[in-house]
Ligand binder design. Structure first.
Ligand SMILES: *[C@@H]1O[C@H](CO)[C@@H](O)[C@H](O)[C@H]1NC(C)=O
Ligand SMILES: *[C@@H]1O[C@H](CO)[C@@H](O)[C@H](O)[C@H]1NC(C)=O
Ligand SMILES: *[C@@H]1O[C@H](CO)[C@@H](O)[C@H](O)[C@H]1NC(C)=O
Ligand SMILES: *[C@@H]1O[C@H](CO)[C@@H](O)[C@H](O)[C@H]1NC(C)=O
Ligand SMILES: *[C@@H]1O[C@H](CO)[C@@H](O)[C@H](O)[C@H]1NC(C)=O
Length: 954
């Protein structure tokens, strides 16, 4: 019996060896893999079951599933924050693995070529890691794989750093530099087309370039294809039209060119088609009407130049349609009104002519219509009054020449209405007084006549921006304007207004811009003591009399010229009254810079005080949220779905915010390091708030909406916001924690700069550019950071940038009075903020430029920026003399060859970003593309002779 058994066993041995691997062997392999995870990996406790003492219960291990044969079939380590690599994973031990999911970790290094040993694999998800190197062609051997997601990684073409080429003989080096682009990118992994069973393929947010190969048409089972956010630069292959099972196709944010292939109209299962931000030209073919199931169509930011085919009206399932920023022309087809599921329609920035179709009102579910910047004429159809969901309507910059249809007053959900810069006329219909949710109203640069009646404006209690300038309006300014407690901008310039400036305007605590110039106003200027944010004001060219109030004693004279009855300042003006920031910047920039610092800090306090006053005053609008002394009770909490801890754990981990856990104090508040019991480490930011322990409900609500947006942001160069909590009137933000800390620490810390070689610095600047480009151009609504400094740019172990604090400034100043109004850190603030508090994305561009220079120089570029501001002939001469090589961080050897070229490119872009005039600064999208897609073909002059002035002229 035993002998027989032995014999059986022996004969089976070779078989076992090739097809079967013992569970024990698999368990040992997993432990070996796990031992290579970085000890700071926060998940270590979660997979504590993975241990040699526990080898026999493999199938009960966390993250492991087994097949009937008790061997591993699934490994799911998604969102475990593991810092590890795949090199220690023994693929040969898992011949029956069908699912491999590492989504949302910090795995780094390449995908080993041995991956093709898991031949049974059907599901491969490596999304959102730091994997790099080439995508191995062995993936093409995984014939059963149906789902493959390699998005959000760093795959590149070479394991060699370009700086290694620096020492090569010049001929080789020349040949190399001709392929310099490829050194940063990898070609599209064409071999993946051999995985014929793929239904899902996502390679988005990598650095792929080259063409989308025609062979992609062989993936006939494909339902979901996302290649967006790469640098693919071919045309769209017509073979893609063979993948008729496609429901989702995303190719946005590449450099695709050529025309839309007609074959795309074969994809009649398509539900979402995103091709925005490419260079696609030619026509929108009529056959697009065959895509009847389409719900989302985005062709914006391309170079399409046809008209809209009326067949588009057949795609009646469309909910989102954007064709903005092309060169589309012709009339808007009547058939658009068939799209009765449409929620969002954007045709802005094109060349459409003719009239707005009368029947647009049939699309009654539209929430947003943007037709700005076209050549539309005729009337605003009265049927817009039937669009019951309408919240946003922008028809500005056209040639519309009717009056405003009174039916528009029915649309009480409207928050944004812009009809600026048309030829609209007639009186403002009184029905608009119903629009009590309006936040922005722009009727400027038209031909409106009649009066601004008190009953018209009295319900506009949510208004933040009211722009009626450059019309033919007459009569008096109604005192009811003074009830708009949230008003930030009031522009009535160039009308025929008479009467006095209402005293009550001086009570508008948040007002930042007030322009009453070029009217016929008379009487005295009220005192304006409460409008502490007022930066831009203009009373010129009226018939005002009396003396200019003290608060304006530092104002530029031209704010008051053209009023013959106005004399000097009130005699009793004393120095103790704080000056407004309107001193001459050029003559005296040092003092102005200090002038920025003081008010910004001052504002924090003043705002808080005003906020408190203000809230009391309008307690009807702002209900207080109840607070409780119970520590565990939270007023509000939002956590990302994949988060596996509670706020209570965090509070416990930092001993209820004991100072010993505080690891930093930033512009927005204190930061604590919380080591949770699971081993995971998170950073907690406690925001500076007023001392009061209640938050107005209205703010909390908008705050929560903002946070929800921010927690959903996923980008390799942006730090992850896990969630937010409010408790006892404090706001806490939970972020991922990065051990290496800030860029400032890396540049100036004790560890020295040895690790920050030129290639690393270039990578840091590129990463930051990508992060900002994403916030500005890919988020909706766009997010302006407002406070970019070396201290909130954080670094991963491999020096990958992770931008932090994004969106916080906006959070803190959304439509409310009592959030501190922070606009940047001293030394990084754009100069125009000295004149106006209007923060734009160009302010971020400036701060980015400062940080980029700082990274390359190894010190803050303050002196250089100052001399740039002075524009005096002496400082000009200084810049002429200033050599780039002297400007760069002297602690490093000067860069040579290939790295010299990239350094020159970075400094050149940085200098463009710190230009004085905001309009002449490049966008972050342009900057990011330039920095990552291009290197200079050759240096304009030998490196040692390049001057800053020369670079500024490039
Ligand atoms: C893989 O699965 C098959 C069938 O499910 C089984 O016969 C074989 O033993 C398994 N191989 C291993 C190594 O477990
Ligand atoms: C592809 O999938 C089908 C069914 O889903 C299967 O029959 C076929 O064997 C698969 N192809 C390969 C190469 O595994
Ligand atoms: C490509 O990835 C490898 C592996 O991490 C890295 O060493 C190399 O520096 C990268 N190359 C470039 C050009 O980024
Ligand atoms: C497409 O999907 C259908 C239904 O899901 C399926 O029957 C068919 O095999 C798929 N493949 C192709 C190439 O149509
Ligand atoms: C349009 O949407 C409806 C409802 O979701 C769906 O039943 C219908 O099949 C869709 N039409 C097409 C052509 O896909």
């Amino acid at each position: 019996m035993t002998v027989l058994y032995m014999l059986l066993l022996l004969s089976a041995l070779p078989l076992i060896k090739t097809t079967s691997i013992s569970p024990r062997k698999q368990a040992e392999s997993l432990v070996k893999w796990k031992d290579g995870f970085s000890s700071s990996s926060s998940s270590s406790s979660f997979i504590s079951s993975w241990s040699l003492t526990n080898l026999n219960s493999l199938c009960n291990w966390a993250a492991i599933s087994c097949s009937k044969t008790r061997t591993v079939s699934k490994i799911d380590l998604s969102n475990m924050h593991i810092d590890g690599s795949l090199s220690l994973f023994d693929f040969s031990s898992f011949p029956n693995l069908t699912h491999f999911n590492l989504n949302g970790n910090y795995f780094h290094g390449p995908i080993p070529s041995e991956i093709d040993q898991v031949t049974e694999l059907q599901y491969l998800n490596l999304r959102d890691n730091s994997l790099s190197g080439t995508i191995p062609y062995q993936l093409s051997n995984l014939k059963k794989v149906r789902y493959m997601d390699l998005g959000l990684n760093n795959f590149n073409n070479t394991d060699q750093d370009w700086s290694e080429f620096a020492g090569m003989p010049s001929l080789t080096y020349l040949a190399m530099s001709m392929q310099a682009d490829n050194l940063y990118h990898s070609e599209f992994p064409e071999f993946i087309s051999q995985c014929r069973n793929l239904t899902f393929l996502d390679l988005s947010q990598n650095k792929l370039n080259g063409q989308i190969p025609p062979s992609i048409g062989q993936l006939r089972e494909l339902q979901y294809l996302d290649l967006s956010y790469n640098s693919l630069n071919s045309s769209i292959p017509s073979e893609l039209g063979l993948c008729t099972n496609l429901t989702h196709l995303f190719l946005a944010f590449n450099e695709l060119n050529g025309e839309l292939p007609l074959s795309l109209s074969n994809l009649n299962n398509l539900v979402e088609l995103g091709l925005a931000n490419n260079h696609i030209s030619g026509t929108i073919p009529p056959s697009i009407g065959q895509l009847r199931g389409l719900q989302y169509l985005n062709l914006s930011y391309n170079s399409l130049n046809s008209s809209i085919p009326s067949e588009l009206g057949l795609c009646t399932n469309l909910t989102h349609l954007s064709l903005a920023s092309n060169q589309l022309n012709g009339e808007l087809p009547l058939s658009l009104s068939n799209l009765n599921n449409l929620v969002e329609l954007s045709l802005a920035y094109n060349r459409f002519s003719g009239t707005i179709p009368d029947n647009i009102g049939l699309i009654s579910g539209l929430q947003s219509i943007d037709l700005r910047m076209n050549h539309l004429e005729g009337k605003i159809p009265s049927s817009v009054g039937q669009i019951r969901e309408l919240q946003y309507l922008n028809l500005s910059y056209n040639s519309l020449n009717s009056s405003i249809p009174s039916e528009l007053g029915l649309r009480t959900n409207l928050t944004h209405l812009s009809l600026s810069s048309n030829k609209l006329n007639g009186e403002l219909p009184l029905s608009l007084s119903n629009l009590s949710n309006l936040v922005e109203l722009g009727l400027d640069n038209n031909l409106f006549t009649g009066q601004i009646l008190p009953s018209l404006v009295s319900n506009w209690i949510n208004m933040e921006s009211l722009q009626l300038q450059s019309n033919e309006l007459s009569g008096e300014i109604p005192t009811e304007v003074g009830n708009m407690n949230f008003l930030l901008t009031l522009n009535l310039r160039r009308n025929h207004l008479t009467g006095v400036v209402p005293q009550i305007l001086g009570n508008l605590a948040l007002l930042k811009l007030l322009d009453l110039s070029h009217n016929h106003l008379s009487g005295q200027i009220p005192s304006f003591v409460n409008t502490i944010f007022l930066r831009d004001f203009n009373f010129s060219y009226n018939n005002l009399t009396g003396r200019i109030p003290c608060v304006f004693q530092w104002a530029p004279e031209n704010a008051f010229v053209g009023n013959s009855g106005l004399h000097g300042y009130v005699d009793s003006c004393v120095d103790s009254i704080p000056p407004r920031q309107n001193r001459n910047f050029k003559k005296d920039n040092k003092r102005v810079l200090i002038g920025i610092l003081v008010p910004v800090c001052g504002l924090l306090m003043v705002t808080t005080v005003i906020g408190l006053m203000f809230r009391k005053k309008s307690s009807l609008v702002l209900n207080k949220v109840n607070t409780s002394e119970n520590f565990e009770s939270l007023e509000s909490m939002i956590l990302q779905e994949e988060v596996k801890f509670t706020f209570a754990e965090v509070v416990k981990a930092v001993d209820d915010f004991h100072e010993k856990y505080c690891i930093g104090v930033g512009g927005f508040g204190r930061v604590y390091k919380a080591e949770l019991q699971s081993g995971q480490v998170v950073a907690v930011k406690r925001l500076n708030m007023s001392d009061s322990n209640d938050i107005p409900a209205i703010n909390l609500h908008s705050f929560q909406n903002e946070i929800r947006t921010l927690t959903s942001i996923r980008h390799r160069n942006i730090i992850r916001l896990y969630g937010f909590c409010s408790r006892r009137g404090c706001i806490f933000l939970l972020y991922e924690y990065l051990e290496r800390g800030s860029l400032g620490k890396a540049l100036y810390g004790v560890e020295g700069v040895n690790e920050l070689v030129w290639a690393t610095r270039v990578k840091i600047v590129q990463g930051l550019a990508h992060a900002l480009s994403y916030l500005h151009h890919d988020c909706s609504p766009p997010i302006v950071h407002r406070d970019i400094t070396v201290n909130n740019v954080l670094l991963e172990f491999d020096f990958e940038v992770r931008l932090s604090d994004f969106g916080i400034a906006r959070l803190l100043s959304t439509d409310s009075s009592n959030w501190t109004d922070i606009a940047g850190s001293f030394g990084y603030i754009a100069p125009e903020l000295a004149y106006t508090m209007r923060v734009t994305d160009k302010c971020d561009v400036y701060s980015f430029g400062v940080v980029a220079l700082e990274v390359m120089m190894g010190r803050h570029p303050g002196d250089m920026l100052e001399s740039q501001l002075q524009e005096s002939s002496k400082s000009r001469r200084d810049n002429v003399e200033l050599l780039l090589k002297d400007l760069l961080d002297q602690r490093l050897e000067p860069p040579t060859n290939e790295s010299a070229k990239v350094v020159v490119l970075v400094v050149t872009m940085a200098l463009a970003c710190v230009r004085m005039r905001p309009a002449s600064r490049p966008t972050m999208l342009f900057t990011a593309q330039k920095l990552s897609a291009q290197t200079l073909p050759c240096l304009p002059e030998p490196f040692g002779m390049l001057t800053i002035n020369k670079l500024m002229a490039l």
